[in-house]
Ligand binder design. Structure first.
Ligand SMILES: [Zn+2]
Length: 186
C-alpha cells in the first residue's frame, strides 16, 4: 500500500491518462527491457504497474506472484487492468491471447507446485459474476459453490478474495491531480 501523496503525484505525472474511461493508462517515462514501466522510488527501480497496484488496489500485492496485464499492454498501469496470478496462470492467459511465449520447457517449471491443486478453471466471466453473487447473497459454502461449477474450493476462494478474476472489479478512476490537493495536510 502506497499512500504518500508526493510519491503518488510524481508517479501520476508520468502517466498519460485515457480520454475514454476504462482504457489503458500509458506510462510515459522509462521502460524496462521487457517493456514494463519503470519508476524510481526509495532509490530503487520498481515496475510501474506494480507500484500502481500498491497505490490503487486494496488487496495486498503477494510476494512471488506475478502481476499480469489483462489488456496485454505492458506499459499500461491502469490498476483495473491488472490481476495477480502465478506464473502458470499468466502463461495460460498469454496463450489465450495468442502470444504464447516459448518457455514451456524452460527454467521456470520448478515453481509450479504451490500446494493445493486447483481444479482447472474453465469459468466464463458470467459464471464468475454469478459466483460472486452467490458468495454475497447466499449461505452456500465455497465448497458447494465449487461443486456446482465444477471447480475447486480454492478457485472459489480466489474469486472471493479477488486473487482471480479481479479484472471484473469495477473500473478504478485515476485521482484528479489538481483537485484534492486541499486534502493534503501541510
Ligand atoms: Zn491496460
Amino acid at each position: 500500500m502506497i499512500t504518500d501523496e508526493k510519491i503518488i503525484d510524481r508517479f501520476m505525472d508520468k502517466v498519460l491518462l485515457p480520454t475514454v474511461e476504462g482504457t489503458c493508462w500509458i506510462w510515459t517515462a522509462g521502460l524496462t527491457k521487457k517493456g514494463y514501466g519503470q519508476f524510481k522510488m526509495n532509490r530503487k527501480n520498481h515496475q510501474a504497474h506494480r507500484v500502481s497496484w500498491e497505490i490503487f488496489r486494496e488487496e495486498p500485492l503477494i510476494d512471488g506472484l506475478e502481476l499480469d496485464h489483462i489488456c496485454h499492454c505492458r506499459n499500461c498501469i491502469n490498476p483495473s487492468h491488472l490481476r495477480q496470478g502465478d506464473h502458470k496462470e499468466n502463461m495460460a492467459n498469454l496463450s489465450e491471447a495468442g502470444r504464447e511465449v516459448r518457455r514451456e520447457n524452460g527454467r521456470k517449471r520448478g515453481r509450479k507446485a504451490r500446494g493445493e491443486n486447483h481444479g482447472k478453471s474453465k469459468l466464463t466471466e458470467a459464471q464468475v459474476i454469478e459466483i460472486k453473487e452467490l458468495l454475497t447473497n447466499t449461505n452456500l459454502s465455497q465448497k458447494e459453490i465449487g461443486k456446482k461449477y465444477g471447480v475447486s474450493r480454492m478457485q472459489i476462494s480466489k474469486i472471493k478474495t479477488g486473487r482471480a478474476w479481479s479484472h471484473l472489479n469495477p473500473t478504478i478512476n485515476p485521482p484528479s491531480l489538481n483537485d484534492g490537493k486541499d486534502n493534503i495536510s501541510s
